[in-house]
Ligand binder design. Sequence first.
Ligand SMILES: [Zn+2]
Length: 305
Amino acid sequence: MAFKPRIESKELKILRILNTRMELTADEKKHYFNLKKGYEGEVQFDLLTEQLQNKCYILNDLLLKAGNTSFQNDTVILFQETIHLFEVKNYEYDLIFKTNRLESFSGKEYQNPLDQLNRNTLLLRQLLQNMGYNIPIKGYVIFINPEFTLYQSPPNEPIIHPTQLKKFMKKLNSQPSKLSNKHKLLAEKLVSLHQVESTYTVLPTYSFERMRKGLTCEICNSFEVSISVSGGKMSCNDCGSEEEVESAILRCVEEIKLLFPDKKITTNCVFEWCGGAVSKKKINRLLTKKFKRMGQGKYSYYVSE
Ligand SMILES: [Zn+2]
């Protein structure tokens, strides 16, 4: 179990809803899919680090600041003698390694992840030194996607290719490591320094009125869902997954809260967001059960308890 688990960023959550409920521009879509793919790759890597049996502290998705410079670390693992820093890349299309960049076969340029890794290593070292720690840092770029090939990859750089991952994790697992209270304190300190919200997020403009309304599938985001005769279950006509209607409504409430933090949660607005698929009576009952009611009658709204 990770000492600091990875959670989906607010930006990714919001973009997923926007992509489902409105038409994003080509650039916005591309940005969303890149974020989504990056996150999925990191989650894939988490599945591997979770299997480590030796003593270590795993800190996922750590946004730190050294001086005035922020730096995002996909995975940081504290062992007894070293700190391992990982930059995870989920490219699926093959790329060619060039001195200061990666390039696709059509000539499109990508940032060299080694540069990013070196920058992060430098900043983390600086931060640790300022905190009075002098622990060696080992950094690696992980190419997680099994279908990816990096051509002309220099063998002496700390790059782990998909075909090397299994062996690499085995090696990581075999290094002896004992942890003391000192390590725990450092892990806690780093988590406490994590910057919660990145300030440079630019979201597409959106409004409640212009968003497509309706219940959506939890798994594939499709609007093609049917509610059972009894009204308790919802099933997706596209992927076949099933969900309690109540849980689908509560997801709608979470969507409204995330997208419109200033909006009051009322029976009417949830009814509208659900596209009229469930009765106001049912929504009202659910909101009363799960939230705290404020105000009276027509003007009542609901807040988290
Ligand atoms: Zn579905």
